[in-house]
Design a protein around this ligand. Structure first.
Ligand code: GLU
Length: 481
């Protein structure tokens, strides 16, 4: 039998990384078993579901490379089949009409609260006689449909938690159809999973109590039940469920922070799962081959942002320039910046130099501004060190004069630039650093940057001279007063 897996998000907000990890695990298993991966949007909560959230979830899935088979299904569209399922249970005596009014139910709930007893529906309508039922129906009394939970212990095997027992005594006669005729979550999920032929369901631990009810429905309907695997939650470093409060919790936020889809995908796979050897950086093929749901950890996984950054930096530094340029081009577009045709190579060199020095795409593109704009300011500790010491400032004045004199051809070649700067330092009998540090600060505003000779080449003669003149003015006007 072909494996059919699914991801079934509720479109009530951005895709949480916990949801993304659930989707990834289902996707990996579907691809590993050469089965299908389906996407169902659980939009039955009319008040909380939005079109915008659906679009965002789809976009986050596409970004992560989680392709789904067939068209996206909307749970709300299959309510006729769900209602049919409920009626089937009613016809076989496994569900019953409950005529209790909301006020009556509320009173019972309050009573239980006051007397500190576990509240469960007391089954009043379970035992109505056919005459009473008919009378109520004739009087057009609204009713909901409840599932009849029979006493006993029900067992199923969870791929991660192993043999699991459900004590039916802990369950309510839960509602299948509300009095307005709308299907509840339990009914909708079981009907849809059955209709879609779902064979495996990997989802969060928070669904275990739903699974208990859903297993009973499968058995009452005599439907083959899928294999369940419940994965633990993702926690923040404070051991509380990961949320925006921890910095970022949705795929969208990580994307905005400059995390690469491949890195987030790889990182999320390793959150609570491991291949069983010491591999960490794994591509999609390797992950598909290695993925075994039974190896998913029982205990909650703690999200380690530093580790994600580490992994992202690895992916970033391994990217080919042509994979990286679309991100850079998008940034250029957003900033409304253009690289002149004759400066393309210099600009690409800057991108390449920043690549291994940046943990995220965001950090890389943020630094590209140096190509287009003079520094807004000079780093304070740099100013103290290199601009207000006479030796350094003096060397900066002199190297500026010398570069002006050698003219623009020197800037065609990185090695020549290096030679010129080094021989200048030798002639002055100072270490090259004494020239390089103030130069870097003058050109970039910072005390760290890619190699200074490359930076001189990348910025080009005119820009370098402009920036040096500006720095000299700054030193004269602000520092040496
Ligand atoms: N719609 C549910 C959720 O977003 C998932 C239901 C399921 O996986 O069965 O939590």
């Amino acid at each position: 039998m072909a494996a059919i897996l699914r991801f079934a998000p509720s479109p009530t907000g951005l895709l949480h990384v916990g949801g993304a990890r659930t989707a990834i695990f289902n996707w990996l298993l579907a691809r590993k078993l050469k089965g299908s991966f389906l996407l169902r949007i659980e939009d039955t909560d009319r008040l909380r579901s939005t079109r915008e959230a659906t679009d965002q979830i789809l976009s986050a899935m596409r970004w992560l490379g989680l392709d789904w088979d067939d068209s996206v299904q909307l749970q709300s569209e299959s309510s006729p089949v769900q209602i049919e399922t409920a009626n089937q249970l009613l016809a076989t005596g496994k569900a019953y009409r409950c005529f209790c009014t909301p006020a009556e139910l509320e009173e019972k709930r309050k009573y239980a609260e006051i007397h500190k007893i576990n509240h469960r529906y007391d089954g009043t309508c379970r035992h109505l006689s056919p005459e009473q039922i008919n009378k109520n129906l004739q009087e057009n009394k609204p009713f909901s449909l409840r599932f009849k939970v029979e006493p006993g212990i029900v067992k199923y095997t969870d791929l991660i938690h192993g043999e699991t027992e459900i004590d039916n005594d802990t369950l309510d006669d839960f509602i299948l159809l509300r009095s307005d005729g709308s299907p509840t979550y339990q009914l909708a999920v079981v009907t849809d999973d059955h209709t879609m032929g779902i064979t495996h369901i990997i989802r969060g631990d928070d669904h275990i109590s739903n699974t208990n009810k859903q297993i009973l429905l499968y058995r009452a309907l005599d439907w083959e039940e899928p294999v369940f695997a419940h994965i633990p939650l993702i926690l923040g470093p404070d051991k509380v469920r990961l949320s925006k409060r921890h910095g970022a919790a949705s795929v969208e936020e990580f994307r905005e922070q400059g995390i690469l889809p491949e890195a987030l995908f790889n990182y999320l796979c390793l959150l609570g799962w491991a291949p069983g050897d010491d591999r960490e950086i794994m591509n999609r093929e390797e992950l598909i081959n290695a993925f075994v749901p039974e190896r998913i950890n029982h205990s909650p996984a703690v999200f380690d942002y530093q580790k994600l950054l580490w992994m992202n930096a690895k992916y970033l530094s391994n990217m080919a320039l042509n994979e990286l340029m679309p991100y850079v081009n998008q940034w250029l577009q957003e900033q409304n910046l253009k690289v002149p045709a004759d400066r393309q190579d210099a600009f690409k060199l800057l991108v390449k130099l920043l690549q291994p020095r940046s943990q995220t795409i965001r950090k890389l593109t943020d630094q590209l501004i140096i190509f287009f704009r003079q520094p807004d300011s000079y780093e304070e500790k740099g100013v103290k060190k290199y601009f207000n010491k006479a030796t350094y400032a003096g060397l900066l004045f002199e190297i500026t004069a010398e570069l002006k004199q050698s003219g623009s051809t020197l800037f065609n070649n990185i090695e020549e630039l290096e030679k010129a700067i080094r021989s200048f330092a030798e002639k002055r009998d100072v270490s090259a650093g004494k020239v390089i540090h103030p130069l870097r600060l003058a050109l970039t505003g910072k005390t760290t940057s890619p190699g200074i000779f490359e930076m001189l080449y990348i910025l080009g003669y005119n820009e370098v001279i402009n920036r040096l003149d500006r720095a000299i003015n700054y030193i004269r006007e602000q520092v040496m007063v």
